[in-house]
Design a protein around this ligand. Structure first.
Ligand SMILES: [Zn+2]
Length: 205
């Protein structure tokens, strides 16, 4: 399946569209953590930032990730560009990562908010994603563990809250109750760097 396009440019599945951006309801300090007027936590105890579901309506917001579609990709291991199942072989699911900056053991255990890709979209993803340009590496992941939330931390002060830093917090960490989640993050276990011929032009010399 080819991704949606806008004025001839492909729009990734996880990109938000202008009609999907909704105002943030009131946030407050509740007894069990952050509260969001009119919204409840999910069954994992995470409060998610609301977003409309009107894909391809309005203008693409290339810099804004559509949380619900990003989370669907992570949970079901779908391609972030086209929304179809990500590529998988005997070494695992195909992920594109930004080249290591010298981290020990990389890419084993890397935590990422970027969902995997399918094979036909790999070359396109390397061009579309600003963080991958000129430094993309293909990785097969035998055991992707989706166990963390990316979002905005809030700091309580009596009944009000103040926005803190953006952060990734494990689902199991009580701090997740003070977050307004937007995306799921995965830990990439049993990760192996692989050669993908269509990316060779993208690899730094
Ligand atoms: Zn795809």
């Amino acid at each position: 399946m080819t991704p949606f396009a806008f004025k001839g440019h492909p729009v990734p599945y996880i990109a938000a569209w202008s009609s999907e951006i909704v105002p943030l309801p009131r946030v407050y300090a509740a007894p069990d953590g952050l509260g969001l007027a009119g919204h409840a936590r999910d069954t994992d105890g995470v409060l998610w930032k609301p977003m409309g579901i009107r894909q391809a309506m309005g203008r693409p917001q290339y810099g804004i990730v559509h949380g619900p579609r990003q989370r669907r990709c992570m949970r079901r291991l779908l391609c972030q560009v086209c929304g179809q199942p990500a590529d998988r072989d005997e070494q695992g699911v195909l992920w594109l990562l930004e080249a290591s900056r010298g981290e020990r053991g990389w890419p084993e255990g890397q935590v990422t908010t970027h969902p995997p890709v399918c094979r036909p979209c790999a070359g396109l993803a390397a061009q579309l994603c600003p963080h991958l340009q000129g430094k993309v590496v293909a990785v097969r992941v035998g055991r992707p563990v989706v166990d963390a939330v990316y979002g905005q931390r809030y700091v309580p002060e009596r009944t009000v809250v103040h926005p803190g830093p953006a952060d990734v917090v494990l689902n199991s960490d009580p701090a997740v109750r003070w977050m307004l989640g937007t995306q799921l993050a995965a830990s990439l276990l049993d990760a192996t760097v692989v050669d993908l011929p269509e990316l060779r032009a993208e690899v730094p010399a």
